[in-house]
Design a protein around this ligand. Structure first.
Ligand SMILES: Nc1ncnc2c1ncn2[C@@H]1O[C@H](COP(=O)(O)OP(=O)(O)OP(=O)(O)O)[C@@H](O)[C@H]1O
Length: 603
């Protein structure tokens, strides 16, 4: 059994390199150059302005370059993508030195289209200086089988796909895995939850023996157990937990309130700009996202929506533009995550998993029968709370609390990425206030207090406190009258119309985006996604805040807290600390890898 590594292991293994041998470098000071990477890759790393490898990169890149199989658990936003992309590219470039015959050498499997797009971009960035030597194809766009076949006909070096698409193409002989050298499962634990079990079984039978395999995830749930058979050799486990010092990372706040008070507080926070920086607001379902958008619209607060119903091009464009600071507020409905974590009762308190409902939908090509649901056209490959790299998010607001502690971990992981700080603010409905304001009630709030207790325990284990967010209730009350006016205008009919209108508009934009995405990215800037939907009665007076509503002492009278302050960590401030294992000691349920015996099933 290979030894389990932790961040105290040092120095990192420096793999074979053509460079003259150097004295060992202490792990904390290791640089990308010390990995002995191809100079073209180093150039690309420099272009990304990555000064030093992150912990997961320091640990996983040497193993990847040495040809080892790896299972890696590292926190969200810690740089896992580069940790596998760089060894993957290095392995292909090395292979190309001895053989120029086209063949698919690497397969990257991801659970969602959004993630596929992100991985594709990352590969593009890291291969910027060897682009002519590498061909990468992404199979997750809405493409016909014929187009996918033609994309694969030149045996691209790297294929990025969901397991369903990959298997479809292997099955139809459009994709050959015969010469595969590198297999990656990104967000590995989610792959099965998205209903890809059968595809994974099929794929694992088609993958040649001895393929180097890397699994990456922010959490390792028992789902990973089922994926073990994909490994031919015994992998090295990297269980990396980077504890944060006080004041670093995410600050957790929670405020208990009535159902309509969520709207009141959101109005006050955004209208008076109590939040600094960009914000993602998570809500329970799609209708709720439109209700909140229309509510904000009443006050002239601009926001854009992300949900599984919108076309994939629009979703990707929203994230891209958000990352370019075009928008400040995204309202995301986390319905996929909610579907996956159906039972709050069974949630793993460590936030590392929990009972996950089997999702049996399949992609748009639809081999697998989809569940009957109200909105038949939802994309089963949608996911925003997992893996998506939203840049510089100051605050995540859980407008509706998720139903599990693990879902909370993933949502808040959209802030405090790449060593930055961030804040999570959650609205919680106490049991006594549940269903007391029917127009604004949501079913998921029923268990808020129980979920909160789990979140508090989960964070305590990580040495983090979930603090009360203190609104000055009296001062906030002054805004209630206007909040009520706005809420009354946002009727069910207005929400329904908004949903249809947005979908129609986004479908049109999506067509435009499809055509111009690659050729003329600059022309896309006018395709905004935060426009007004105007399906609710317009009340222009609500767009201004009269002086008399404001407390004498100004905004400070509303709350003593600073929301959304996201300072960068100072250079060289990434201190190495002794890590804590987040799996419960000795718990087989908690750590599926303790029972690991990695052998690929033979045919
Ligand atoms: N060495 C580095 N130096 C500076 N920034 C980095 C470095 N490595 C990665 N980043 C940046 O950190 C951000 C998060 O990286 P990445 O998306 O790979 O994280 P992740 O661990 O995969 O997160 P998730 O689990 O949410 O998918 C990205 O914006 C990336 O560009």
């Amino acid at each position: 059994m290979k030894r389990k590594l932790d961040q105290n292991d040092r120095p990192a293994t420096v793999p074979e390199s053509d460079e003259p041998s150097k004295a060992p470098v202490s792990e904390e000071n290791i640089s990308f150059a010390d990995f002995g990477l191809d100079p073209r890759l180093l150039q690309a790393v420099a272009k990304q302005n990555y000064e030093k490898p992150t912990l997961v990169q320091r640990k996983a890149i040497p193993l990847g370059l040495a040809g080892q199989d790896v299972i890696c658990k590292a926190k969200t936003g810690s740089g896992k993508t580069a940790a596998y992309v760089l060894p993957l590219l290095a392995s292909i470039l090395k292979k190309k030195q001895s053989s120029s015959a086209p063949s698919t050498s690497a397969l990257v499997l991801v659970p969602t289209r959004e993630l596929a797009d992100q991985v594709f971009k990352s590969i593009e960035q890291f291969s910027a200086f060897c682009a002519k030597d590498l061909q990468t194809v992404k199979l997750t766009d809405k493409l016909s089988d014929a187009v996918q076949r033609s994309l694969l006909s030149n045996s691209p070096d790297i294929v990025i796909s969901t397991p369903a698409r990959a298997w479809n193409n292997v099955n139809s002989s459009a994709l050959s895995l015969e010469n595969l050298k590198f297999l990656v499962l990104d967000e590995a634990d989610l792959i099965l939850s998205y209903g890809y079990t059968e595809d994974m079984d099929n794929l694992s039978r088609s993958i040649p023996k001895g393929v180097q395999t890397v699994m990456m995830s922010a959490t390792l749930s028992s789902e990973v157990d089922a994926l073990k058979s994909i490994f031919y050799r015994e992998p090295t486990l990297l269980d990396l937990e980077e504890p944060e010092a006080d004041g670093e990372g995410i600050t957790h706040y929670v405020t208990k309130c009535g159902e309509d008070e969520k709207f009141l507080m959101a109005y006050v926070i955004f209208k008076l700009q109590l939040i600094k920086g960009k914000c993602i607001i998570f809500v329970a379902d799609i209708d709720r996202s439109y209700r909140l958008k229309l509510f904000f619209e009443q006050f002239g607060i601009r926001s854009c929506i992300l949900n599984s119903e919108l076309p994939v091009n629009s979703r990707i464009h929203v994230v891209e533009e958000f990352n370019l600071n075009v928008y400040d507020i995204i309202i995301a409905s986390d319905e996929k995550s909610e579907m996956l974590n159906v039972d709050a009762e069974d949630d793993d308190e460590d936030g590392e998993g929990g009972k996950v409902g089997a999702e049996t939908e399949k992609d748009a090509d639809g081999k697998r029968p989809s569940k009957k649901r109200k909105t038949a056209k939802r994309d089963s490959e949608y996911g925003v709370s997992r893996g998506i790299d939203f840049k510089n998010v100051a605050t995540v607001i859980n407008f509706d609390l998720p139903t599990t502690a693990s879902s909370y971990t993933h949502r808040i992981g959209r802030t405090a990425r790449a060593g930055k700080n961030g804040m999570a603010l959650s609205f919680v409905i106490p049991e006594s206030l549940y269903r007391k304001h029917m127009p604004t009630t949501v079913k998921t709030a029923e268990n808020d207090e129980r979920v909160l207790a789990k979140i508090i325990r989960q964070q305590k284990k990580k040495g983090k406190e979930v603090k009360d967010y203190n609104f000055n209730k009296e001062q906030v009350e002054a805004f209630r009258y206007r909040m009520n006016d706005a809420l009354r205008a946002v009727t069910k009919v207005a929400v329904r119309e908004a949903r249809t209108r947005e979908l129609r508009q986004e479908l049109l934009k999506s067509e435009k985006l499809k055509r111009y995405f690659e050729e003329n990215p600059n022309e896309l800037s006018h395709v905004r996604h935060d426009g007004e939907l105007r399906t609710a009665r317009s009340q222009p007076h609500l767009k201004h805040v009269p002086e008399y509503l404001l407390p004498k002492e100004g905004k400070k009278g509303l709350t003593s807290e600073e929301i959304g302050f996201v300072p960068m960590r100072k250079k060289g401030d990434r201190r190495q600390k002794k890590g804590k294992k987040s799996f419960r000691a000795g718990s087989r349920k908690g750590d599926p890898l303790k029972t690991f015996k990695a052998r690929r099933k033979t045919k």
